[in-house]
Design a protein around this ligand. Structure first.
Ligand SMILES: Nc1ncnc2c1ncn2[C@@H]1O[C@H](COP(=O)(O)OP(=O)(O)OP(=O)(O)O)[C@@H](O)[C@H]1O
Ligand SMILES: [Mg+2]
Length: 350
């Protein structure tokens, strides 16, 4: 269209410990970084994905917009956790229009919530296992959850244009930055309270799940078992020395939490294999704050006996060294994975 303005919305990943902001210029396989920043949230403001203090979140968003001198109003955001249900289902084949009509009724049997309480979306994946069937990716998100998050950005003066799901943002970001791998690749985004799992076969998502485990487990264990304050526990996680505590005890606590999280990942992979009858996962890519925890990647790789790499969401994005601090970007990159995936979305996409 001649006069249409190509909107490049900002992306906000509203996590429970950091709100991340990314804006990208470009499309397809070619993007450059326009804005990038993050702001921390105090522990009690968002708890396990539930917004406890909406005011403080909106204030934090405004602060972030100001510090990054953002003028754009359009925003892409995302939701995740137990309010999001993603399922691959096989149903009688029909047209997109027919599907749009009937998906709500089809969905009912697959989701643990009342159908009136969720927004349902779908994507046709291809022919199903049996004749006359189609494989459909079903996505249901609790309306409450969407409303809460949409209101956060509206209260900060923004206009939400797309509400995405963390696991899909992650897959988009990977498509941009990594070659499609033959075989089974697991994408893990391990934040503070939620781990998003997206398992791809030959680059196509075949299993998606969010589980409530993440970096908070370390903080809680350090507070409980070593009597540390929240602030000191956060320091210890980052490998910063804290006076008057037994280092050995701390590293013992840290490694037992790592083992616990790794065991949960292993369980999820086993569940994935048993429900999909699929081959073994043969490569794991990890993002989120937990990727930065000393030893985590190494221990994960040793236990599951497959290669594990940390995701760099800026790998294929042009970053102007004059405008951005390269060290800050590489230091925080694993935390920006979802935000980068969101920033690739355009309102005209659909
Ligand atoms: N340098 C670091 N070393 C160790 N841990 C870190 C580091 N930076 C962040 N973390 C931890 O990572 C977690 C934050 O990661 P992330 O930003 O991915 O989570 P979030 O999106 O805020 O949380 P969620 O999505 O679960 O609500 C916190 O638990 C934080 O303590
Ligand atoms: Mg997160």
């Amino acid at each position: 269209m001649l006069f249409s303005r190509k909107i490049e919305p900002i992306a906000l990943d509203i996590g429970s410990t950091y709100i991340k902001l990314v804006q990208l210029k470009g499309s397809g396989k070619s993007y450059s970084l326009v804005k990038y920043g993050m702001v921390p949230l105090p522990a009690e403001v968002i708890v396990e994905g539930a917004v406890m203090d909406a005011n403080r979140v909106s204030e934090a968003i405004k602060e972030l917009l100001n510090s990054q001198k953002v003028k754009t109003k359009e925003v892409v955001l995302s939701v995740s956790g137990s309010s999001v249900i993603i399922k691959r289902i096989s149903i009688a084949d029909m047209t997109e229009e027919e599907l749009a009509e009937s998906i709500k009724w089809e969905a009912e049997q697959y989701i643990p919530f009342s159908i009136d309480d969720v927004n349902v979306d779908f994507q046709k994946l291809g022919p199903g296992a049996a004749e006359g069937q189609a494989d459909v990716l079903l996505v249901a998100v609790k309306k409450d959850k969407i409303n809460d998050y949409v209101n956060l950005v509206k209260d900060a003066g923004l206009e939400p244009v797309i509400v995405d799901v963390d696991a899909f943002a992650l897959a988009n970001m990977c498509e941009l930055n990594y070659e499609v791998e033959a075989g089974i690749t697991a994408l893990l985004n391990i934040g503070a309270s939620v781990m998003n799992i997206n398992i791809l076969r030959d680059g196509v998502s075949i299993f998606t799940r969010d589980i409530t485990v993440g970096g908070n487990k370390y903080t809680e264990a350090l507070q409980r078992d070593a009597g540390l304050s929240y602030e000191d526990a956060e320091k210890v996680k980052r490998g910063v020395a804290v006076d008057g505590v037994d280092r050995e005890q701390l590293s013992g606590i840290m490694s037992s939490v790592t083992e616990e999280i790794v065991a949960q990942i292993q369980q999820s992979f086993d569940f994935f294999r048993s429900t999909t009858g699929s081959d073994k996962v043969n490569h794991v890519l990890v993002s989120g704050g937990c990727a930065k925890i000393g030893q985590f990647i190494k221990v994960l790789s040793e236990r599951i006996e497959i290669p594990v790499d940390v995701i760099n969401p800026f790998k294929n994005i042009k970053v102007d060294q004059k405008h951005f601090d390269a060290e800050y970007i590489s230091d925080t990159a694993p935390l920006a994975a979802v935000a980068v995936g969101l920033a690739m979305r355009r309102p005209s996409d659909r």
